[in-house]
Design a protein around this ligand. Structure first.
Ligand code: EZ4
Ligand code: CO
Length: 403
């Protein structure tokens, strides 16, 4: 039995901040877990160092479920993004260790591959509709089968999802939160035009996705869904804030556009009503923010009963460690839908050498034992943590809105 003898938290900033947990066992086996919570990184790092690591020492690394229960129930204070991200990091690292000890990639421990590869979607964004469609064409040429479309809103100086850098998108862009301005009415006019132009240029074989990023009321989301129906969106993401799960009933009454939600969920309880009432089609909870592989499997199992499929979050603030864990999960879960994929920068990829690969719009976690990803600590130490916040959003009259 591999006994945990040490665990440490590594904070590094190869272009953006990442928090990584590395667990070491008495037989020399190590495992890594992602603990990055964008804009709140040091809260999780401290939670792990002060409140989790001391409780891990001496434990049997093979007892993944028991350690999960210990950290969840044992804290008394359940759920929440900081707690669940910390538990996720431990969980990922323990699956990594179990895979290495068994000499098997983690997806084999989860029941083996259910498919040949994992369909991913890339992000096409541009200031104008034309620019966005041009970028989407480029993704299509690279073999992507699914593309998310976001474009600038005329009359607005900044828009969610539209980056300054054409190749890499990074919203956590400042030492204090950037202030953006939002107009729902202007936005609602441009998105159907974007989808019409995209279908005309890209055809009907490619899946087209869109992220609303929690900015609409349920009735506005219903209207946008209806307007987009002729262009057959693969999904509309985060149509409205989901703290009130029942809000999605109203959206469902008005549109058949498939709905995805949950990148900020951290527990099965965040999605219970949404899943049981079949108010969504895709659940976006991720390994890193929803309690690791162990808890995400539980969410997926509940979702499977109601024909809800998975669509894990996969933005650049999820490190290659989380990406690897997501791909093992995706390959092995019966009700997989799609996986988000945003390229990391070359600096990030160098700090996190990984076995996963992309080809023709599909990804595969690789067959290295464990998660097939590591952190190059010698390289990581050269990149100091840099405070970075996500933006905030205000209506044109100054009212604070959802970003
Ligand atoms: O804004 O990950 O679908 N993807 C997204 C992301 C989120 C960031 C926040 O950290 O909505 O781009
Ligand atoms: Co999103």
């Amino acid at each position: 039995m591999p006994k945990i003898v040490a665990a440490r938290v590594i904070v590094t900033c190869p272009g953006r901040n990442f928090v990584t947990l590395k667990i070491e066992c008495d037989d020399g086996t190590t495992g890594v877990g992602d603990a990055t919570l964008n804009g709140r990184e040091l809260a999780v790092a401290t939670y792990l160092t002060e409140h989790v690591v001391p409780c891990l020492i001496g434990r049997d690394a093979h007892r993944i479920e028991d350690i999960w229960q210990y950290l969840y129930k044992g804290a008394y204070w359940r759920r929440g993004p900081v707690t669940m991200t910390a538990i996720a990091a431990v969980d990922m690292a323990l699956w990594d260790i179990k895979g290495k000890v068994a000499g098997l990639p983690v997806y084999q421990l989860l029941g083996g591959a259910c498919r040949e590869g994992v369909m991913v979607y890339g992000h096409a964004n541009g200031t104008t509709i034309e620019e966005t469609v041009e970028v989407a064409r480029e993704y299509q040429r690279q073999g992507y089968k699914a593309i998310r479309l976001q474009c600038g809103v005329p009359g607005m100086t900044s828009s969610y999802g539209v980056s300054k850098d054409r190749y890499f998108y990074e919203p956590a862009d400042a030492d204090l939160p950037t202030e953006n301005v939002w107009s729902t009415s202007k936005y609602l006019r441009v998105v159907p035009e974007l989808f019409a132009a995209a279908r005309e240029a890209l055809g009907w074989d490619v899946h087209l996705l869109h992220d609303i990023h929690h900015r609409l009321t349920p009735i506005e989301a219903g209207r946008l869904g209806r307007d987009l129906e002729p262009w057959r969106p693969f999904w509309l993401e985060d149509a409205t804030p989901a703290e009130n799960q029942a809000a999605f009933r109203l959206i469902r009454q008005h549109t058949t556009a498939p709905l995805a939600v949950g990148e900020i969920f951290n527990s099965i309880w965040d999605a219970k009503t949404l899943i049981e009432e079949q108010l969504i089609d895709y659940i976006r909870a991720t390994v890193v923010h929803a309690g690791g592989i162990t808890h995400l499997r539980r969410i997926a199992a509940l979702a499977d009963l109601y024909q809800v499929r998975t669509g894990c979050h996969g933005a650049t603030d999820l490190s290659p460690v989380a990406m690897a864990a997501a791909l093992h999960f995706d390959l092995s879960v019966p009700n997989f839908g799609i996986q988000e994929y945003m390229r990391h920068t070359p600096e990030t990829d160098a700090v996190f050498p990984h076995a996963y690969s992309f080809e023709g719009g599909m990804m595969h976690p690789g067959d290295a034992p464990g998660l097939g990803v590591d952190i190059d600590e010698a390289l990581a130490v050269g990149y100091d943590y840099k405070r970075a916040f996500l933006p905030v959003n205000r209506l044109e009259d100054g009212t604070l809105w959802s970003w």
